[in-house]
Design a protein around this ligand. Structure first.
Ligand SMILES: *Cc1c(COP(=O)(O)O)cnc(C)c1O
Length: 432
């Protein structure tokens, strides 16, 4: 066990009090550090690549509020734009021109999107897209992949893995079997499994939804031909292909994973970055499909705060900042340095590890790998990861508190931040 070198008294007090106020003391489960053990730190403020906790400790941040902080936290231009927008009011519940501006930016950027609907979270976007897939095709079944996360809606909470997977057994109490019985699952990167599912019920599958690069089972990339194969299969069976780019949109490339891998889905979900740190989700696709959404068409979906002027403002400014030449080259450069460095240190210190990065998204598994899917990822040494995580925290490096989450860099991270991170990793891995 790495010895505690930082003072976290206030964090502990606040988190202890929170336990009686909110389930597990948090507003979202992974924040509670359950999978790595130990206490979470309670944040006070964030700026650029850094976090300060309530005890005054400073950390280099590789979570970036789970992706949105790609320009660095509290970017001065985003904050200034928000101040200005705030003066005009916090919510309209009526059309505003900011929605047009962000919609145009999204449509210009993302190859599959001709028309977009804004919502308030990635979960909401995925729920809505599923309804639309079913409405457009007149079919009920949907294929998702083991380890891919599409928000917490009932239909997506299906335990993957083992023989029960394809039976669509629910993953959480409170999710009726009837809700998930139309959710089929396959291992990621396993085109044959998807073929088999289509062959079984060729006329009942509305479509396939996936993270084109997985971030919610750790960082897992699509094998050569996997995305292309899904594109062909869905075409062949008259089903829709949906990329859940809530995490990868504007992260893997400005136009998302679909730009980077040159495979265009029928529909796309977005979130995280397009809200610039405020609550936003979106879904979009071909006009022919999107015009089925109310009030153009009969598929109902609505939201009191959808298209919120503050959220639109933060999203617009964030995308503008990302358009600066060299953004993605820079993210790729520093993140490759980080990822290569971590793997080299693991090797040098005798730990089996594998991982990689694309643009400002990366991952490191404590297993020799290679990791092609969630089953492979589960071979990781979770106990070792916990000790690594705690050790890094003690050294002022804030990593996602789970082996099964991707890491994120931002344009605010400097080469020096990466050097400091690698120096910490070397010390920690030497003592694991
Ligand atoms: C984060 C995430 C979601 C859920 O988004 P929320 O805003 O947390 O509801 C859905 N899909 C993917 C791929 C995500 O990474």
């Amino acid at each position: 066990m790495v010895k505690t070198t930082i003072k976290t008294t206030k964090s502990e007090e606040i988190f202890a009090a929170a336990q009686n106020l909110m389930p597990g003391g948090v507003s979202s489960p992974v924040r509670a550090f359950k999978s790595v053990g130990g206490q979470p730190i309670v944040f006070d403020h964030v700026k650029g690549a850094y976090i300060w906790d309530v005890d005054g400790n400073q950390y280099i941040d590789y979570v970036g509020t789970w992706g949105p902080a790609i320009c660095g936290h509290a970017h001065p231009e985003v904050i200034a734009a928000l101040h200005e927008a705030l003066e005009k009011g916090t919510s309209f519940g009526a059309p505003c021109v900011l929605e047009n501006v962000l919609a145009e930016m999204v449509i210009d950027a993302v190859p599959s999107i001709e028309m977009v609907r804004f919502v308030n979270s990635g979960t909401e976007a995925c729920m809505a897209v599923l309804r639309l897939m079913r409405a457009f095709t007149g079919r009920d079944k949907v294929i998702k992949f083991e380890g891919c996360y599409h928000g917490h809606a009932d239909m997506f909470l299906v335990k993957a893995g083992s023989g029960v997977a394809t039976l669509g057994l629910p993953d959480s109490p409170g999710v009726p079997k009837s809700t998930t019985s139309n959710t089929l699952t396959a291992p990621y990167n396993d085109l044959e499994a998807v073929k088999a599912l289509f062959a079984e019920t060729p006329d009942e599958i509305a479509g396939v939804i996936l993270e084109p690069v997985v971030g919610n089972a750790g960082f897992i990339t699509p094998d050569a031909g996997f995305l292309e194969g899904l594109r062909e299969l869905t075409h062949e069976y008259g089903a829709l292909l949906v990329f859940d780019e809530v995490m990868t949109g504007f992260r893997i490339a400005y136009g998302g994973a679909q730009e980077r891998f040159n495979v265009t889905p029928d529909l796309t979900t977005l979130g995280k970055i397009i809200g610039g740190g405020l609550p936003v989700g979106a879904y979009g696709g071909r006009q022919e499909i999107m015009s089925m959404i109310a009030p153009d068409g009969p598929v109902y979906q609505a939201g009191t705060l959808s298209g919120n002027p503050l959220a639109m403002t933060a999203g617009i400014k964030t995308l503008e900042l990302l358009q600066k030449p060299g953004t993605y080259q820079y993210l790729d450069k520093i993140t490759k340095k980080l990822s290569d460095g971590l793997l080299e240190i693991a090797k040098k210190t005798g730990h089996a590890a594998c991982g990689g990065q694309i643009s400002g998204m990366f991952g490191l598994f404590f297993t020799a790998g290679p990791v092609h899917n969630y089953e492979d990822a589960k071979h990781s040494d979770l106990d070792k990861f916990s000790r690594f995580h705690r050790g890094m925290l003690e050294h002022g490096i804030y990593l996602a508190p789970s082996q099964f989450e991707a890491g994120f860099t931002s344009v605010a991270h400097t080469e020096e931040d990466i050097d400091r991170t690698l120096a910490a990793a070397e010390e920690v891995m030497s003592s694991l």
